[in-house]
Design a protein around this ligand. Structure first.
Ligand code: FAD
Ligand code: SIN
Length: 519
């Protein structure tokens, strides 16, 4: 037997989904949480806008459900959406129990709005909601003696035999060894795949690892054509697509052309608060038609002191870059932001592989359909982390069998040409940005498919002969996830939400999910 570690539950990922799952699991279970970077690094930490929930007596569940279905262009699963929306107030309470203090006015939640919401239902902690959630969740995790954190450990592949998951092979970045983590239950909480694109609001962790691992293990991967582009990331050479929260538009910020003229009235009656797919496409169109490098977001008409206290993170980052948000309009462009598709799961977060669960951005629970409504993602993380943990805590844990699953490095050698990895990594991201972006066409998608397929062949060959490194693990996952995105986009013969194909500009009357599985 060669099991290096054994736990009742292995959680891969320490974002809001992973940490909340760990907290909600029974204290009797031994739990490992592994993170491929520092524990706090991941999209969750950078979330600005907030988390949606019906908290105002004048709002109601049916309205939140309808807004979510409409924003997702009717592709969402109503049962999952209802489950998420009805559990949202509990999710807020669960977060408050960990220590999160949402912003208030007159002792009431300071609820704001974003695109697609017909009521103010976005609870926030100024513009650092994710930071507050992550810091508090981590503090709770650290109090629990049954949870062990493994920082800078990157999962390479799931261990699956005869349709059951027994844990994962994990690369320890410091010792450079691959270790076997055996577990009775495994939760994927690895976040999204927006790093497949050249420009993204996401941190470096979002390389689609969980989606690629699940695909290789035999999971159903659903609706991956729906990459969400956030309309407003800062256009600045040193900003690395820093996000300018949609809640600025929720508080009245205007989108302008370089000559100061407004343009959203040409695209949607809801103007700046139309759903994200519409606003991103509008900006993309204005930039392409006129050859602009960016458009502008103007908030300078608001009171300076209020801006600084309501949006401290954004004010400070802009100021570091020499932009005074209270005095001038911000140059903004769209960038890849969120992966709506992912590992197909039910309401208990179960995948189609026994003992394997997926929670958070890595999962496809069916709540987002063809376009995620703003601030529904943190909500999805918290609600489904709980249902996942409840399901595991109630289920009978099978004994860990000796599975003889030692990592075999006998046929590989250290690489002498790491330049190949850097090159292919960049090539994928460029292809995805130029050929599989906000507006698509059959020709560009077909061309992207051929190129990405070829890159996958090269990466697999490289992987076969060289010892794994962090970059190689991520490149392999990025290549595989990008191929799934392109395949999914090619198979959808309509335009819906975030997937707009010029060759099929209309939306079909019937709805269908795109499901990709390993041949
Ligand atoms: P993440 O928080 O991305 O965490 C993923 C974890 O998995 C990390 O710990 C990472 O290290 C780990 N990991 C990945 N691969 C591996 C591997 N192979 N091995 C080991 N560990 C691995 N949503 C909202 O609802 N409201 C907002 O206001 C909002 N603002 C946002 C702002 C920004 C800038 C961004 C980028 C996103 C925002 N989103 C927002 C989206 C939301 O934050 C994310 O969808 C959500 O936080 C994802 O959480 P997660 O736990 O699934 O993944
Ligand atoms: C934002 O603050 O604009 C991001 C919100 C989200 O992605 O839901």
């Amino acid at each position: 037997m060669s099991n290096d570690y054994q736990f009742d539950v292995l959680i891969i990922g320490s974002g809001a989904a992973g940490l909340m799952s760990a907290i909600q699991l029974s204290n009797n279970m031994s739990i490992a949480v592994i993170a491929k970077d520092k524990v706090l690094e991941g999209s969750s930490y950078y979330a600005q806008g907030g988390i949606s929930a019906v908290l105002d007596p004048n709002d109601n569940f049916e309205s939140h459900i309808t807004d979510t279905i409409n924003t997702g262009l009717n592709l969402g699963n109503e049962k999952s959406i209802r489950f998420m929306v009805e559990n949202a107030p509990h999710a807020i309470t669960d977060l408050e129990k960990t220590g999160v203090q949402f912003s208030t006015i007159d002792n009431k939640y300071d609820l704001t709005t974003e695109g697609g919401h017909s009521s103010n239902r976005v609870a926030h902690v100024a513009d650092k909601t994710g930071q507050s959630i992550q810091v508090n969740l981590l503090a709770q995790v650290k109090k629990k003696s049954n949870i062990k954190l493994f920082e800078e450990y990157i999962a390479v592949d799931l261990i699956v035999k005869e349709g059951k998951c027994y844990g994962a092979y994990v690369y320890d970045k410091n010792s450079e060894e691959v270790i076997t983590f055996c577990s009775k239950k495994t939760i994927l909480a690895t976040g999204g795949a927006s790093k497949s694109y050249l420009y993204t609001s996401n941190p470096d962790t979002s390389t689609g690892d969980g989606i690629a691992m699940a695909y290789r293990a035999g999971c159903e991967i659903t609706n991956m054509e729906f990459t969400q582009f956030h309309p407003t990331c800062l256009f600045h050479p040193h900003a690395k697509s820093f996000l300018i929260s949609e809640t600025l538009r929720g508080e009245g910020a205007k989108l302008l052309l370089p000559d100061g003229k407004e343009f959203m009235h040409k695209y949607d009656d809801r103007l700046e608060l139309a759903p994200r797919d519409i606003v991103a496409r509008a900006i993309d169109n204005e930039m392409k038609v006129h050859g602009f490098d960016c458009v502008y977001l103007d908030f300078s008409f608001k009171d300076e002191e209020w801006i600084k206290s309501r949006f401290p993170t954004i004010s400070q980052r802009c100021s570091e870059l020499g932009i005074d948000i209270a005095k001038e309009a911000l140059p903004v462009v769209p960038a890849a932001h969120y992966t709506c598709g992912g590992v197909n799961t039910n309401i208990d977060a179960q995948s189609n592989i026994t003992n394997l669960y997926a929670v958070g951005e890595v999962a496809h629970t069916g709540v987002h359909g063809a376009n995620r409504m703003a601030s529904n993602s943190l909500l999805e993380c918290i609600v489904f982390a709980k249902s996942c943990a409840d399901h595991i805590s109630k289920s009978k844990l099978e004994k860990i069998l000796p599975i003889n699953a030692k990592w075999d490095e006998s046929r590989v050698a250290p690489s002498k040409e790491k330049v190949v990895i850097a090159h292919l990594w960049h090539e994928i991201r460029l292809i995805m940005w130029n050929f599989v972006g906000i507006v698509r066409s059959n020709n560009r998608l077909k061309s992207a498919y051929l190129k990405i397929q070829q890159i996958n062949k090269e990466v697999n060959e490289y992987y076969r002969v060289y010892i794994v490194t962090e970059d190689l693990i991520e490149l392999r996952n990025l290549a595989q996830t990008s191929k799934i995105i392109v395949e999914s986009a090619l198979s959808r013969k309509e335009s819906r939400g975030l997937h707009f194909n010029q060759d099929y500009p209309n939306q079909k009357s019937e709805t269908e999910n795109t499901v990709i599985t390993k041949p």
